[in-house]
Design a binder for this molecule. Structure first.
Ligand code: UD1
Length: 384
């Protein structure tokens, strides 16, 4: 009998973490597992969802709960109600949640309490143990919930395992598997190089920087967003800085009347100007990888980009006060900048020095995390 495994996808940063697990099952152990993708619908625009499934070669999820946007409580509650029905129907042996979005915590809570035929599914958290120690971040709450409830916890770095042990999670539940997001990066980079994005905005062979901003703490308050756009404009006096706009960020820029700070370029044949801050629609996964691999530097408040820049050796300035990914600082190209002008400009210089000196790619960020996860899951099931 095959082990029935449900992989949960909720929001944009989840897809490149479930893909390597899906690929490893299909390519290495199709006889052992029957795998099903369930999308909660937390992200729903094509540019935040379908385009990524296409780029990663993932099938359309068999279920989409269609929860959409809302307050934290209402979004979490809708995911829970929908996911409970899915589990009651499908009765999987294993539920895998990844990352730290609201869907991660919601599905973990449901799976941990679910009972059918006198048993409950094994709950697995991939990317366990990351801690920013900042409980004002909704993601930190989601990580703590998913880790506390999971039966099997896969970590991407050694410090994450230490965090879990310090919280009293038994050592035999923790498996250091490496970073599945870097599996996706390595596998998709050749296709990204051919995807034509840089050609479409006439940036091939020209220097440029890249920035992403979407955290509520950076974009929801007018004075913070205005300061950040001001520093980015300073950095962009010598070369263009691309700013693909998350829907939340685009809406806030309009609400605060800051549109004139950005030159919007609508792609397909548009030439990016020689300097200045350049707003773009959200990039697909391949487009983002192509841009990342060629960018002179990155400024970001994303978690994923801190890791992807470290894997690619590109200078990264993190526009936050803390990070749950310290290995990208201790070994990689990342520098924590905060959100003040002076500290950002200092971090910008430091990150470029670090990248030029040559940073290290962390242990087990080798493109084989998905295989290790699937191998371990086979053993866990076998041992039941
Ligand atoms: C979510 C995650 C965050 C992750 C980010 C990546 C949580 C708590 N936050 O934040 O950890 O880094 O995704 O993008 O889970 N919207 C659209 N179209 C969409 C999705 C969202 O227009 O497809 C707009 C809506 O106005 C929505 C807003 O963006 O209200 C925010 O979306 P939401 O999913 O609540 O949080 P994110 O900021 O995307």
């Amino acid at each position: 009998m095959k082990t029935k495994i449900v992989l949960v996808a909720g929001a944009r940063p989840n897809y490149m973490k479930i893909a390597p697990i899906y690929w490893a099952i299909q390519e290495k152990a199709p006889e052992k597992f029957a795998v099903e993708l369930v999308h909660t619908g937390q992200h729903y625009d094509a540019s935040m969802s379908d385009d990524f499934f296409r780029d990663l070669g993932l099938p359309t999820p068999s279920v989409n709960l269609g929860v959409g946007s809302g307050s934290h409580a209402s979004q979490t509650a809708k995911v829970m109600l929908g996911f409970e029905e899915v589990l009651a129907q499908r009765k999987p042996d294993v539920v895998v949640v990844v990352g730290d979005v609201n869907s991660t915590a919601a599905c973990a809570l449901v799976a941990a309490k679910m009972q059918f035929d006198g048993r409950r599914p094994i709950l697995v958290h991939v990317e366990a143990g990351l801690r920013s120690r900042d409980r004002d971040m909704p993601e930190e709450i989601n990580r703590i919930v998913a880790d506390a409830l999971s039966d099997v916890l896969f970590t991407t770095c050694r410090d994450a395992g230490d965090n879990l042990l310090a919280e009293g999670i038994p050592a035999d539940r923790i498996h250091f598997a490496g970073n599945p997001m870097i599996d996706s990066l390595r596998r998709c980079l050749p296709a990204a190089e051919r995807c034509g994005f840089l050609e479409s905005v006439r940036l091939v062979g020209r220097p440029f920087g890249l920035c992403t901003l979407h955290r509520p703490s950076n974009v929801d308050m007018p004075e913070v967003l205005e300061t950040l756009l001001g520093v980015l404009a300073e950095i962009a006096t010598e070369l263009p800085v691309l700013l693909p706009l998350h829907p939340r960020t685009r809406a806030k820029i309009a609400e605060f009347g800051l549109q004139e700070r950005i030159a919007e370029v609508h792609r397909r044949g548009a030439r990016v100007p020689p300097k200045g801050l350049v707003g773009l629609d959200p990039l697909s996964y391949l487009e983002m990888l192509q841009a990342l691999a060629s960018a002179r530097f990155v400024l970001t408040d994303s978690g994923g980009l801190q890791e992807e820049t470290t894997a690619l050796g590109v200078a990264c300035v993190t526009l936050r006060e803390n990070t749950e990914r310290p290995v990208t600082i201790s070994e990689g190209t990342n520098v924590l900048a905060g959100v003040e002008r002076a500290s950002i400009l200092a971090a910008f210089e430091e990150a470029r020095r670090k990248a030029a000196a040559g940073a290290r790619v962390p242990e087990l960020w080798d493109g084989r995390a998905g295989e290790r996860i699937v191998e371990t899951l086979g053993l866990v099931r076998g041992g039941q």
